[in-house]
Write a protein that binds this ligand. Sequence first.
Ligand code: ADP
Length: 362
Amino acid sequence: MANVQLSNLRKVYPNGHVAVADASIDIADGELLVLVGPSGCGKSTLLRMIAGLESISSGTLRIGDRVVNDVAPKDRDIAMVFQSYALYPHMSVAENLAFGLKLRGHDKAAVAARVQDAAKVLELDALLDRKPGQLSGGQRQRVALGRALVRQPQVFLLDEPLSNLDAKLRAGMRVEIARLHQRLGTTMVYVTHDQIEAMTLGQRIVVLKDGEIQQVDTPMALYERPANLFVATFLGSPAMNVLTGTLLQEDGLRLRLDDGTSFALPDGADLPADAVGKRWHLGVRPEDLHRTDAGDAHFTPVVDVVEPVGSEAFANLRHGAQDLVVRLSPRDLPSPGSTLPLRIDPVRMHFFDVDTGLATRV
Ligand code: ADP
């Protein structure tokens, strides 16, 4: 097992495109780190640089104590799992698992023992004689994981390994990967564009945008203290509500939007001393707006559409020209067209600078 240290890693493709600008991350020995961001943000490039499949334009990459910038992929002691599992169709599961080890010249008994171990961990014992064509998608993905597992690498690199699976299988495999990591304790770097996968799997998450690291932290820290508007709106489903307007002190704190709509804000917001009179993005998550009595409300939007999802419900609301989403208990839902008095949780308000997008508190 090993830690992985990225120091000022940069990747410029031959056409001049900067795919990764300046990435510095210390990945602890045994950590499961997720790289997440929208398509094209540079997460696969970063993973492939760790794997040795892309050259490093500048910066230093260490695996354990070794600088590996110029070490060939096969000598980095890593194993990679891809989205397309590319199993050999004419080989059985056991042969697929053993193939890489045989190529590397491991003796027969050692190969057999490692295949048995991996098959046990991934519950593939009963499938060892089958060909890939006789497996379900989830089973094939388990074999692909098994191929990485038998290598007993220092570091696992996983590039969107679950994207080809349907939603239910994906949720199941997510749990299997988390379990596998708990059992092996091997360092894993996991790339996904799926924020739910990132939140549920990652011990820490790196959020990327346009080749730049936006924030690195634990899932809940990112959710509760996003460093900027991008992280705030990228993580969370439904997304954080964002209201943009001028902060005023008129009979209490208010945010006046450009359309003239006005929101009373609770006392207790954590704001810079000179915040009043300036424009801000105010972010409030759907679960941080609470139903209340008319006399007690900060604002009273009109209910547009209500979406119950079983354990909870989401209501789409309008206040002037502003759309908002609020999370509600599914037991007592308001009717479309009715008004819904709401309070804003004062300690759950996020203010972002309108020019830089940076949060006032992190
Ligand atoms: P992600 O995995 O986040 O979707 P990638 O790391 O694959 O993103 O790509 C990051 C950026 O680099 C994208 O804009 C992509 O178009 C660009 N890119 C990827 N490969 C190359 C290449 N070989 N040459 C030039 N640009 C590339």
